[in-house]
Design a binder for this molecule. Structure first.
Ligand code: AMP
Length: 111
């Protein structure tokens, strides 16, 4: 079982900032910005590559959760949403997650 599944099961601690029936959002343990929250589905989906057609509504709810958390944390001036998929992108935890980053400006293209 990966670390995010253990956070969902409350087997390891996390600073939860948002939760609903399908989604959980908590602070990243190694923040890359003043605001760095991970928004995840409670359903175990490994990555974007593992999203099935039956998950389309769930993915929509994840983005609604991202928008709510961004508003809750005062990111009215903008924010970045990132998901790493697979080895080339440096995905470390094989449970779908969206990094919500804010509180500073970001450059483009990313590294
Ligand atoms: P990724 O490289 O996209 O798979 O990102 C995984 C993210 O999970 C990294 O930003 C880590 O800092 C974060 N992370 C790993 N373990 C924990 C944890 N126990 N609590 C919060 N964030 C974590």
């Amino acid at each position: 079982m990966n670390v995010f599944e253990r956070i969902i099961r409350r087997e390891i601690p996390a600073k939860v900032v948002y939760e609903d029936d399908d989604c959980l959002a908590f602070e990243d343990i190694h923040p890359a910005a003043p605001v760095h929250v991970l928004v995840i589905p409670k359903k175990p989906i490994a990555s974007v590559d593992a999203i099935e057609p039956e998950d389309e509504a769930l993915v929509g709810r994840l983005f609604s959760a991202i928008r709510k958390v961004a508003a809750q944390l005062g990111l009215g001036n903008g924010y970045r949403v990132v998901t790493n998929c697979g080895p080339d992108a440096g995905q470390e935890v094989m449970h779908l997650h969206f990094h919500l980053l804010g509180g500073r400006t970001f450059s483009w293209p990313p590294g």
